[in-house]
Design a protein around this ligand. Structure first.
Ligand SMILES: [Zn+2]
Length: 267
């Protein structure tokens, strides 16, 4: 995907484009942004630009490095992600990266490390990368992906350039519709356990977000009224959604509202 293919974020793209094509990207970057904002996609675009060995604008798209990068098989683009069933990259993985960074690139002019969920790395791990970020080998570049860059140590942030992505209203709306649809189906199925799993991450939502979600849930239940076999269950869902919306209006917290929603499923 070219940089222009990244949704929204016009200002950032305008600012980045001449630097990407002119091969003037920073050696250490934090890409931050909420889910769905394209942090991974942007990392891929920048990594490709960094390893491109063509002449002229980067990424040229035709050199061997660009083609391998596009296929996700470039040996000099190293993605570091948490080990299986672990939440975050650990200090040993950071130390491994530190050692590996001192080995010259295999094929490309640069070697790029992409760290997933960098904001979740513990302090010790973040500290272990400071020197590398500051005075690593000239060919090495680091891209730290973060949902919440504020969770990164100030010492890490000060050594990186931060690229902040925002998510467009359209993407937010689509996600809301999708979530509400899942909630509606799950609620009607009466599977309390699955419903609770769905609701747990939503407990952190701000009130406005929960209101929007409940409103969308009500809307979708209304839409199901004609076709869903168990019409009474749908009606019960609509009544509950109305009660929850009223409660939300009286400042009842997100956690309580979602708990109420889950409890209502088994009735
Ligand atoms: Zn190229």
């Amino acid at each position: 995907m070219p940089l222009s293919g990244l949704e929204g974020n016009l200002q950032l793209k305008q600012q980045l484009l001449p630097r990407l094509t002119g091969r003037r990207l920073s050696h250490a970057m934090i890409i931050s942004g909420p889910k769905g904002s394209g942090t991974h996609a942007l990392a891929g675009i920048l990594a490709k630009g960094l390893v491109c060995s063509g002449t002229g604008s980067a990424p040229c798209g035709v050199c061997a490095d660009c083609r391998k990068a596009a296929a996700g098989i470039h040996p000099d683009i190293i993605v570091i992600r948490p080990e299986a069933e672990k939440k975050a990259i650990n200090v040993d993985q950071v130390r491994q990266m530190r050692a590996d960074a001192h080995i010259r690139p295999n094929e490309a002019p640069r070697k790029v490390y992409i760290l997933e969920g960098a904001d979740l790395i513990q302090g010790e791990g973040q500290n272990a990368m400071l020197k590398l970020l500051e005075e690593g080998p000239v060919y090495a570049a680091f891209i730290l992906l973060a949902r919440n860059s504020g969770a990164l140590l100030t010492t890490v942030r000060s050594r990186c350039e931060e690229l902040r992505l925002t998510v467009s209203q359209q993407v937010q709306d689509e996600e809301l519709v999708q979530q509400a649809g899942q909630l509606a189906r799950c609620w009607l199925s009466g599977d309390e356990h699955a419903l609770m799993e769905l609701c747990v991450p939503m407990e952190k939502y701000e009130r406005q977000q929960v209101l929007a979600l409940l409103g969308q849930l009500r809307q979708q239940l209304c839409d199901m009224l004609t076709d869903y076999p168990d019409r009474r269950a749908v009606l019960r869902g609509i009544t509950l959604a109305d009660q929850l919306l009223q409660a939300a209006d009286r400042n009842v917290g997100s956690g309580h509202l979602l708990g109420w929603l889950c409890a209502g499923a088994k009735a």
